[in-house]
Design a protein around this ligand. Structure first.
Ligand code: NOJ
Length: 568
């Protein structure tokens, strides 16, 4: 099997608003991103995924696009984008963009025209109904049908009311979106991360869900579910509430068309879906190249060897059904989920577990996706003042908790802050100076800076500290880059009955690499003498090792150690 660039690459997700503020206005921008390209190259990643950089009223922080072929003015101009692409490519860094195809902003000219009358040329570009035809919910803000006085009709939105769903049954919509896709491909982008493809089509029979309550109640039920039974019931409610609004027929045909557009371009451009359903990979070569292995990150608490093995076995089996070459894609965090450091911490060994998480991602078979700031161990910041929340789904929930569910305002504020994705989108912490070096000291940043930048959680301090998370990460990225087995190798788990440590064997024809991740605070002696090798040559260890050659009969593993060795 010949491996393509996106199988070998480590991807790094940039959240443009929070990554680097080049013009000092409190908001990230292309100038800032360009200035940080050397940092990213030096870090050792290979490809960048940019969350939306398009003009947007920002009801959903860029995922409500008002011009698919433009650049948000606060991020710069199209020229700035081109410079960014050129500078990234000249450093051998690939760039993929976010394609938000399910919906536009309600300020997109397409929607403004569509809602202006019932017989304009774009009247049928969105999903309209005379009266709400069912009890469908938006997964962000309650009723999925919103009234438009101009048409005296209702439009459908799976996400916020400011994000009307496009009518993909209309060929003109398809054409317009493919034109936008080509616009950026023509400028040289290396592919797309596809937002929310599962929700592009709805049940044509418009079947209502059967629950006697709406989104706010369900959210609250999820919030307070604590026992396994309650959690199971809640996940069944979610499935029931939304099952007629996603995974409907038609998407595969669209994905095939999109794939054929990409295939017209040279350079193995890539498509990766924000969806964990491997069926979007079609027959392995006619739809998407990859889908995210989200189940890996859905553990209830810290990751464990057992959890990872079960996930990997299930995943590899699903991929094998697609094709022998179907390739995995592993994330542990992104702009929608808690920070890795927070999410997989246990309150006692958070730092150790953060290192394990990062090492895990770089050791598993498949393309790793890293979210900006994880390399320095940024943590969630809970915003408790509702007026400061910017992720608008949180204020919506806050209002509903108080006015619909009768929850005490203080408690509602706490819950809204914990629920808001602002917690994991705060500005990147570049240094131990005011505003974490993200923006000048006297500037109000778009989201508050996490004050823990002053406690060593910033790039500059960690660059000069040889044992920092950042340097741990850099070293690991280099080990991976220099070990074909870690990139291309087959994957086998050893000692599968053990839940204290995870052992992964990665093998190509010419190299065998053993990865051992200790999830335990105890030291352990491990015996790998049943392997057809004698010695292990250390490639990486997070603990001090006195010798570089270990005998496979007895390897002493330190507490929470990350140990990677080449076997011979
Ligand atoms: C998924 C994106 O990751 C999320 O941030 C966004 O809110 C929704 N899709 C809607 O576009």
């Amino acid at each position: 099997m010949a491996f393509t660039w996106w199988q070998k690459a480590v991807f790094y997700q940039i959240y443009p608003r929070s990554f680097a503020d080049g013009n000092g206005d409190g908001i990230g921008d292309f100038k800032g991103m360009i200035e940080k390209l050397d940092y990213l190259k030096d870090l050792g990643v290979d490809a960048l995924w940019l969350s939306p950089h398009f003009p947007s009223p920002n009801w959903d922080c860029g995922y409500d696009v008002s011009d698919y072929c433009g650049v948000a003015p606060e991020y710069g101009s199209l020229e700035d984008f081109k410079t960014f692409m050129h500078e990234a490519h000249s450093r051998d860094l690939k760039v993929i963009l976010d394609l938000v195809a399910n919906h536009t902003s309600d300020e997109h000219p397409w929607f403004i025209e569509s809602k202006s009358s019932r017989d304009n040329p774009k009247a049928d570009w969105y999903v309209w109904a005379d009266t709400p035809p069912n009890n469908w919910q938006s997964c962000f803000d309650g009723d999925a049908w919103t009234y438009s006085p101009e048409r005296n009709q209702y439009y459908y939105h799976y996400f916020m009311r400011q994000q009307p769903d496009l009518n993909w049954h209309n060929p003109a919509v398809e054409q317009a979106m493919w034109d936008a896709v080509r616009f950026w491909l023509d400028l040289g982008v290396d592919g797309y991360r596809l937002d929310a493809i599962g929700t592009i089509f709805e049940d044509p029979a418009l079947t209502p869900h059967s629950l006697p309550f709406g989104l706010a109640t369900l959210r609250h039920k999820s919030d307070i579910a604590s026992t396994p039974e309650e959690k199971k019931a809640v996940s069944e409610y979610w499935e029931e509430m939304f099952k007629y609004q996603h995974s409907q027929p038609g998407v595969h045909e669209l994905m095939k068309k999109l794939r054929s557009i990409l295939d017209e371009y040279p350079g193995d451009r890539v498509l990766v879906a924000e969806d964990d359903n491997v069926e979007y990979m079609g027959n392995g070569s006619d739809e998407l190249h990859m889908v995210f292995n989200f189940p890996l990150m859905r553990s209830d608490g810290p990751l464990s060897p057992e959890w990872v093995r079960a996930n990997q076995h299930a995943r590899q089996a699903e991929l094998a059904k697609i094709s022998a070459d179907a390739w995995a894609c592993n994330p542990l965090g992104n702009h929608d989920s808690q920070r890795v450091y927070t999410r997989f911490g246990d309150g006692t060994h958070d730092a150790e577990r953060a290192r394990l998480s990062l090492a895990l991602l770089l050791s598993l078979r498949g393309t790793p996706f890293l979210y900006n700031g994880e390399e320095i161990g940024m943590t969630d910041l809970i915003i408790t003042d509702p007026a400061k929340l910017r992720d608008t789904i949180a204020p919506w929930y806050y209002e509903r908790m108080i006015h619909e569910l009768g929850i005490d305002p203080q408690e509602a504020a706490r819950r809204a802050g914990a629920f808001s994705r602002d917690r994991n989108r705060t500005p990147t912490q570049w240094s131990n100076t005011a505003n974490a070096g993200f923006s000048p000291a006297d500037v109000q940043t778009w989201l508050p800076v996490n004050p823990n930048y002053a406690d060593g959680i910033n790039v500059r301090d960690q660059q000069s500290d040889p044992i920092s998370l950042l340097n741990f990460y850099k070293r690991l990225l280099r080990v991976r880059k220099n070990s074909p087995a870690l990139i291309e190798g087959e994957q086998t788990f050893l000692h599968e009955d053990n839940n204290e440590y995870l052992t992964i064997l990665r093998q190509t024809a010419n190299q065998t690499v053993l990865v051992v991740l200790s999830f335990s605070k105890n030291r352990q002696a491990l015996d790998f003498s049943d392997l057809p090798y004698k010695n292990a040559h250390t490639l990486f260890s997070s603990a001090g090792r006195s010798k570089s050659e270990e005998n496979l009969k007895e390897i002493h593993l330190g507490a929470f150690e990350v140990f990677i060795a080449e076997l011979h």
